[in-house]
Write a protein that binds this ligand. Structure first.
Ligand code: SF4
Ligand code: SF4
Length: 351
């Protein structure tokens, strides 16, 4: 069975949930192989499949979805950079009707997303989802890569790191008579989820943090194929946000959406949001959105994230001086007994 699932809940009148599963009968199923050699064949297979099962054309503009509360975004990952997979995912999720595709702020990745979108639109005249790039102003869990040297690994290690990696980013094999390990982390596939760090019995895996360069991001935004930016900030030091925003200069003027992603930093969160808004306001020419994480990367790094997100939502709901812009709560899973609040949020399929 092939399925695409996405849900959204809307607070205010009632708790709504929506889930779409497309089940493809076995006779119409195709193998989607991610290797580059099979990319053309994969495209042909998807094209035949879509023609067979039919996909309705979606015309609702992404901004309307955002305002209605049924916005769905594909997150390719701020650090995921496998352009073949990204292109194929963008193709499939464009056909599924997502409103936005969020990807790494890298020129090749952005090109791959746009290629996937255009390949989908050649199949069905579907409206173009927005392309969003993710950047950071400081160290952030979304912007890291795992790293280790397989030469330092004991030969008899059972390689639990390989087993837990959800992105197939760790590829090892034994060589030689002593069974030395070769291979390691496929950097472009690692999205920094952190699952491998605690499972290594020899503490070999390190996290390498990085910060996206503002000048390179501004150059990327000056291209005509990026519609939105998501800025991850820690919510504590707005001077770092200001440094990044100033560095982007006038590159943000053609954007349709600026999203600011910040975690729950306690009692100061509203004043931080207001400070950030006042920094952006003079050069903000588009819609703005607050993506609020109870705990960043919580889908990957632990239980209790839903509870934290809801507690965060309660506090925000009680606040009177929230800044201009849509408020979105991220990372809440469905089926969790959510109280009625005035926020809208989307549960997003994380790839
Ligand atoms: S488990 Fe996560 S952090 Fe580790 S290599 Fe895989 S994607 Fe990267
Ligand atoms: S679990 Fe640790 S020691 Fe074992 S192969 Fe992976 S990185 Fe090396």
């Amino acid at each position: 069975m092939t399925s695409i699932c996405f849900s959204s809940l809307s607070f205010g009148m009632a708790v709504l949930s929506f889930s779409c599963n497309s089940t493809i009968p076995p006779q119409h199923q195709v193998n989607v192989n991610h290797s580059s050699n099979n990319n053309r064949k994969c495209h042909q297979n998807v094209k035949s499949l879509i023609k067979t099962i039919g996909v309705p054309s979606i015309a609702t503009p992404p901004q309307e979805s955002l305002q209605r509360g049924n916005w769905v975004k594909l997150i390719c990952g701020a650090s995921f950079e496998d352009v073949v997979d990204i292109r194929n995912l963008s193709l499939v999720y464009t056909l599924a009707g997502v409103d936005c595709i969020d990807c790494a702020a890298d020129a090749s990745v952005v090109s791959a997303v746009n290629e996937g979108i255009e390949a989908a639109r050649e199949i069905v005249p579907i409206r173009r989802p927005w392309v969003m790039i993710s950047v950071n102003d400081d160290e952030d869990l979304h912007f890291r890569k795992a790293e280790f040297d397989p030469e330092d690994c004991p030969h008899d290690c059972s390689r639990p790191c390989e087993f837990v990696c959800p992105a197939n980013a760790i590829q090892l094999h034994s060589t030689g008579t002593l069974g030395e390990l070769e291979g390691g982390i496929v950097t472009e596939r690692c999205y920094g989820c952190g699952r491998c760090f605690p499972v290594c019995p020899y503490d070999q895996i390190r996290a390498v943090m990085y910060i996206r360069d503002a000048t390179a991001t501004a150059e990327l935004l000056h291209r005509n194929d990026v519609d939105a930016i998501e800025i991850h900030t820690n919510g504590r030091q707005t001077d770092l946000f200001k440094g990044l925003w100033d560095g982007l200069g006038d590159s943000t003027k053609h954007l349709r959406l600026v999203a600011v992603s910040l975690p729950d930093v306690g009692d100061t969160v509203i004043s931080s949001m207001n400070n950030i808004y006042s920094i952006m306001e003079p050069h903000l020419c588009c819609f703005n959105l607050w993506q609020l994480d109870g705990r960043p990367m919580s889908g990957d790094i632990g239980r209790g994230a839903t509870r934290e997100s809801i507690a965060f939502a309660h506090r925000l709901a009680a606040a009177k001086d929230t800044p201009h812009g849509e408020l979105r709560l991220w990372r809440i899973k469905s089926k969790c007994g959510i109280p009625l609040l005035r926020f809208k949020f989307s549960v997003i399929e994380i790839v």
